[in-house]
Design a protein around this ligand. Structure first.
Ligand SMILES: Cc1cc2nc3c(=O)[nH]c(=O)nc-3n(C[C@H](O)[C@H](O)[C@H](O)COP(=O)(O)OP(=O)(O)OC[C@H]3O[C@@H](n4cnc5c(N)ncnc54)[C@H](O)[C@@H]3O)c2cc1C
Length: 394
């Protein structure tokens, strides 16, 4: 007889680990299947920004695009609340620091855009205020005087990407979840109101059954959707990160820019982490499809562009050597809103991905755990329902 679980979670990134933990702590039997190692992919490679303001990529196409992206604000607000309590609840220090974020303007036009953006965010209930040049210098004297205004969101911050998902996996295991690494889901089929899921672990192959399946597979989401003939369209983005050597603390905020790809922050151990959406080159297979098993190629122009954006607003960085740069791959969706909800045509299967899913991971996980338990989700998921893409070619 195949082993039976209430739920199988596919993927051991932040999302999968948080979801397995939330299901197991309510008493559900859950197996988390991770093909590689926990936290090996995007969740362990990202910048660790907890950004609750709309990001540059959501504003670069104008205010109407920003207004659309703001529909995800309830997920942002819920994530801000959940991150705050996560270290105490999961029992480990994962360096959550919500000491505020600044989105900078260096031109009058960017300042105007920020003002309009903050109006939208405030209408959704986000705590955010505009600072003028003097106000910026007062709270962040490390910023260049070229910064003429900033949007200040006091609940923004960061968490340690190396620690968060492994801590959640351990918390999940403590409440009974089975965490299997080097364990790949290779097929799924619905049979008699259950899911039959075929797994490989090394050379062995086995089948298990589950009442519910959670797809927490990051860039592999579209591929897993195809296993059950569901359209789950995602767009892969290969991105670049750089960290400096450790220096004494001088940057106290998460810093972003209204007119450039930039995010930077200083970790507790002193390294300054610099990113913000600079591309790397995705590897492709012989048919031109993205090959997510190969590391994307680091691009010199992205390193130079990111460094220029950072030095422009934090001049002190000029004296701090870079230690290392790396790349990772993440997903966005065609309409930039997350994909969270039931998988169309696959009863008992649920998915979440898209956008800043490190920041939003806890609220995605909460929604998935609610759906698995058959409860109405805490956050209204209507705008994120995967069924909006039914009939769209994935
Ligand atoms: C460079 C970079 C910087 C970023 N910066 C930020 C940031 O500052 N803030 C933010 O909020 N977001 C950021 N992101 C985005 C964020 O990292 C991702 O959205 C998030 O980590 C996704 O988490 P996940 O758990 O959904 O996916 P992942 O961490 O990718 O985990 C998915 C897992 O599923 C597993 N899997 C796939 N298929 C199978 C299968 N068939 N069987 C078993 N396992 C399978 C994979 O092996 C993988 O481990 C960044 C991303 C990158 C690349």
């Amino acid at each position: 007889m195949s082993q039976a679980y209430d739920a199988v979670v596919i993927g051991g990134g932040l999302l999968g680990c948080a979801t397995a933990w939330m299901i197991a702590r309510e008493g559900g039997t859950v197996l988390l299947a991770e093909r590689d190692q926990v936290n090996q992919h995007a969740s362990g490679q990202n910048a660790g920004s907890l950004h609750f303001q709309l990001e540059y990529r959501m504003m670069e196409h104008g205010i109407e695009a920003a207004r659309k992206a703001a529909e995800a604000m309830p997920l942002h607000l819920e994530a801000a609340r959940l991150w705050k309590q996560l270290p105490a609840e999961c029992g480990e220090d994962i360096e959550v620091k919500q000491s505020g974020g600044l989105m900078l303007a260096e031109t009058a036009e960017q300042a105007k855009l920020l003002e309009r953006k903050t109006e939208i965010e405030r209408s959704w209930g986000l705590d955010i205020e505009m600072l003028d040049q003097a106000g910026v210098q007062r709270v962040a004297p490390y910023l260049s005087r070229s910064v003429v205004a900033a949007a200040h969101c006091p609940i923004e911050g960061k968490a340690d990407t190396r620690a968060a998902a492994p801590a959640l996996a351990r918390a999940a295991a403590r409440v009974g979840a089975e965490i299997r690494t080097r364990c790949e889901v290779i097929s799924m089929r619905r049979d008699g109101g259950q899911w039959r899921i075929e797994l490989t672990e090394g050379a062995s192959r086995r089948e298990i059954t589950a009442g519910a399946v959670v797809v927490a597979a990051g860039v592999w989401t579209t591929e897993l959707g195809k296993m059950v003939s569901a359209q789950l369209p995602t767009i892969p983005l290969a991105l670049t990160m750089t960290t400096t050597l450790r220096v004494p603390q001088f940057i106290s905020h998460l810093v972003q820019h209204a007119g450039a790809r930039l995010s930077l922050k200083q970790a507790l151990d002193g390294n300054v982490l610099i990113g913000g959406g600079w591309p790397a080159r995705l590897m492709r297979d012989a048919n031109g499809n993205p090959d997510f098993t190969s590391r994307p190629e680091l691009l010199r122009e992205s390193l130079a562009g990111n460094a220029t954006a950072a030095l422009g607003v934090v001049p002190q960085l000029a004296g701090i050597p870079a230690l290392r740069s790396w790349v990772g791959t993440t997903t966005v969706t065609p309409d930039q809103l997350p994909l969270v909800g039931p998988v169309p045509g696959a009863a008992g299967m649920f998915v979440a991905t898209g956008g800043s899913a490190f920041t939003l991971g806890p609220s995605f996980a909460e929604a998935l755990a609610d759906l698995v338990a058959g409860r109405a989700p805490t956050t209204d998921l209507t705008s994120f329902d995967p069924k909006r893409y039914q009939g769209v070619h994935a």
